[in-house]
Structure formats: structure tokens, C-alpha cells
Design a protein. Structure first.
Ligand code: PMP
Length: 415
């Protein structure tokens, strides 16, 4: 992201937005819920829930082809969501904003529709060792289909990308670089603008997995200079089943459709079908209309608070969380990069991460445990999994206190 400050240890003033999130106001196992699992899926503010409900209650119909009033309303709502999201990420035109069901679908679309027709045996696709499975497996599949080879950029013991190795790897055999903006397992922020410059000097297109980038700082795809940027609505306080693929118009224009069906065509004949213009060429079938209405409301909500404020708040809180966790005897922090966002993974000596997760849940604290869909990261650090606390704009120091107290208690039970 472009806006993260470098001041991780300043005091964390609460953004005071908890009241906006109804799911946070409940008891779990007799204790007020502390939600520290937003990297998996973020809670939704009331304005998002209301926008979806209002649309479902008053405006719902299928989009694009109807002449009746409700269809016009639904189309307006859906297309104005596209425009909100275009502005949010600073895409140049609406043609560059393809709606999908999530980051996973966005990456698969690029692998199949952009990479597959261009790849030949011996070509290379570069990914990093810290990628989520969604930014590994689609490339493995396309390598299997084409005879291309997957090359992995190493990371170091702090969970940082080895940029010198990447520089060496990006040679004329490389047809594509696919890299995460922020690692969901480690929290590492990769220097995407620099990486894109490096790749483009060698005419290598870059896809950025932005699933963990968009919720935590302002993302400007033009400033980053990437060719594709994929992200998910549910990580940015919107509904599940919504996602976005940003792609440069010239590249999208050249790509064949990913799926065929209604809405992605202009004319269908048995002797040949004419595909629709961008972005509809990539949106076959009835989309998740209410979901994107909700996502637009989430974008409005985030912009009202301000992405820079959110980034500053989360940085400060992450500094506090990391320090407090690191001070607990027996805790090993996994992911200690110089530039990080909103995630701290850790393991506790002699206690399985799942036991940690279960024990803190009994005290009302929700964290995620396991491999976080990043098994190669677990393999690198030689751990079966980690416990991971992830922060969002609604977390505050009280949440950190509650996690630390719950962990202390869990660890004492094993002594
Ligand atoms: N990439 C990263 C970095 C992620 O954190 C996630 C979700 N955990 C994904 C990709 C996949 O996102 P989705 O399941 O919403 O498609």
C-alpha cells in the first residue's frame, strides 16, 4: 500500500468505530467477544448490512437487460458500485474493474485467460515463498497445462522477500510475476512499486494478490504500476462472494473470456459468438448484485474514516501487540519483517496452535490457528501451523490486553 507510515510504536488511539459493527457486541463463552481474525474475514459495519437489506427489500431485479424500473435500479446500483471501487483503487476506467467472487477467482481468471495462451514449455512464472495458496495453485495448474515452470523467490528468517534473488530470477524466461502485497501469514508488506518497476524493465507482467492490502491502507493501482491487482470484498468489511480484478485495459482487451454464458456476449449464433465489451466479457451469468451494493457501502465507510487514519491506527496497535506477545516467555514470533501490516503469527513452546486457539476462544478471544492457506510458509519456519492475531480498524488496546491475558491463562494450564 502506498500510505503506511513508519511509526509502529506510537500510542494507539482508538478509532472509536466499534459501535458500527453489530457482530462485535456479543458474548462468546460468557465473555465479550474480542475479534482478532479479520485477515480471514472482516466483520461488516451496520451501513453495509443496511445497504444490502435496502437493496434486497426494494430494488432487487436482474441487471443489464431489463427495461422495467427495478432492473434499472439494480443496474444503477451495481454499476455505481463499480465506479466507487474504480475510484477507490484509482483505476483509469470502468473497463478495468472486473467483478468476481473473490481474490481466488480473480487470480484463476488471469492464470487461465492471460497466462495460459501466452505460455510455452520452458517459460517461467515467478511466485514468492510467502504466497497464499490462491497465488500458488492456479499457477501450478497453468504450468501443468503448458509445460511452463514455477520458480519460487525465497524469503528470509524475518519473513521478508529476498529482493536480490528476485532480481536474479527475473530473466528473459519469465513470462509472469505473481506476488502478494501483504502476506496473510506473516504480515510482510512487499515493496510492490519497486518490484513492478524491476519486472517492467524486463517486460514481465505483474499480478498482485491484494487480498490483505486493500483493507489496511490506501491502494493506488496506477502508483503501484501493476498489471493486475486482485482482492476480496469480505476482507474489506463487505459481503462474502464479492471480489475484484483490476487489469490494465489493453491486457484485458486482448484476453479471451474466462467463462461463457449470459451477459458476457453481444450476439450468439451457432456460426460464431461476439463477446461483450469490457468488463462484461469477464462477467458471465448473474452476478452477486447485492454483494457489490454492500461492497460499495463498505468503500464509502472506509473512505469516511480515511485509509491513512486506519493505517496509522493499525500500525500503532500492531507495534503494541507484537511487543506484548514477544514479552511472553515461550512465545516465538513468526513474521518480524521491517514493514508489516496488521498480522502477527506466533507459536508457543510445547503447545499446539489449535490448543491455543481453542483455549483463548473459551475466554471469548477469536484468533486463527493452522497453516493459513500458506503451507510453504509453515514449511519454511518448520512449524505445523501458527496462531495468528490479525487486526482491523475496530480493534483497540483492550483487545490486545484480553488476548495477552487469555494466552497467559492458556499457557499456565499447560505448566
Ligand atoms: N490471498 C491472500 C493473501 C489471502 O489472505 C486470501 C484469503 N485468506 C486469499 C488470497 C484468498 O481470498 P478469497 O478466499 O477471498 O478468494
Amino acid at each position: 500500500m502506498n500510505s503506511l507510515p513508519d511509526t509502529p510504536f506510537e500510542a494507539s488511539a482508538s478509532l472509536d468505530v466499534r459501535a458500527d459493527f453489530p457482530a462485535l457486541h456479543q458474548e462468546i463463552n460468557g465473555r465479550p467477544l474480542v475479534y482478532l481474525d479479520s485477515a480471514a474475514s472482516a466483520q461488516q459495519p451496520q451501513v453495509v448490512i443496511d445497504a444490502v437489506s435496502r437493496y434486497q427489500s426494494h430494488d432487487h431485479a436482474n441487471v443489464h437487460r431489463g427495461v422495467h424500473t427495478l432492473s434499472h435500479r439494480a443496474t444503477d446500483a451495481y454499476e455505481s458500485a463499480r465506479n466507487r471501487i474504480r475510484a477507490f483503487i484509482n483505476a483509469a476506467s470502468l473497463s478495468e474493474v472486473v467483478f468476481t467472487k473473490g481474490t481466488t477467482e480473480s487470480i484463476n481468471l488471469v492464470a487461465q485467460s492471460f497466462a495460459r495462451p501466452r505460455l510455452k514449455p520452458g517459460d517461467r512464472i515467478v511466485v514468492s515463498h510467502m504466497e497464499h495458496h490462491a497465488n500458488i495453485v492456479p499457477w501450478q495448474i497453468v504450468c501443468g497445462q503448458t509445460g511452463a515452470e514455477l520458480v519460487v523467490t525465497p524469503i528470509d528468517e524475518r519473513g521478508q522477500l529476498d529482493l536480490e534473488a528476485l532480481d536474479r530470477q527475473l530473466d528473459d524466461r519469465v513470462a509472469m510475476l505473481a506476488i502478494g502485497h501483504v502476506s496473510n501469514a506473516l504480515g510482510t508488506i512487499n515493496p510492490i512499486a519497486d518490484i513492478c518497476r524491476l519486472a517492467h524493465e524486463r517486460d514481465i507482467p505483474v499480478l498482485v494478490d491484494g487480498a490483505q492490502g486493500v483493507p489496511h491502507g490506501s491502494v493506488d493501482v496506477a502508483a503501484l504500476g501493476c498489471d493486475f491487482y486482485a482482492f476480496s470484498g469480505h476482507k474489506m468489511f463487505g459481503p462474502t462472494g464479492t471480489g475484484v480484478l483490476y487489469g490494465r485495459e489493453a491486457l484485458l482487451e486482448d484476453m479471451p473470456p474466462y467463462q461463457g454464458g449470459g451477459d458476457m456476449i453481444l450476439e450468439v449464433r451457432f456460426d460464431g459468438t461476439v463477446y461483450n465489451e469490457l468488463p462484461y466479457k469477464f462477467e458471465a451469468g448473474t452476478p452477486n448484485i447485492s454483494g457489490f451494493v454492500g461492497l460499495a457501502a463498505a468503500v464509502d465507510y472506509l473512505e469516511t474514516i480515511g485509509m491513512q487514519r486506519i493505517a496509522r491506527h493499525e500500525q500503532a496497535l500492531l507495534g503494541i501487540l507484537t511487543k506484548r506477545l514477544g514479552d511472553i516467555p515461550g512465545v516465538r514470533l513468526i513474521g518480524t519483517a521491517a514493514h508489516k501490516a496488521s498480522v502477527q503469527s506466533f507459536v508457543v513452546e510445547d503447545i499446539h496452535p489449535h490448543d491455543i486457539g481453542t483455549l483463548v476462544d473459551q475466554q471469548g478471544v477469536a484468533i486463527r490457528t493452522g497453516h493459513h492457506c500458506a503451507m510453504p510458509v509453515m514449511q519454511y519456519f518448520d512449524v505445523p501451523g501458527t496462531a495468528r492475531a490479525s487486526l482491523a480498524l475496530y480493534n483497540d488496546e483492550n483487545d490486545v490486553d484480553r488476548l495477552i491475558a487469555a494466552l497467559d491463562r492458556a499457557i499456565r494450564m499447560f505448566q
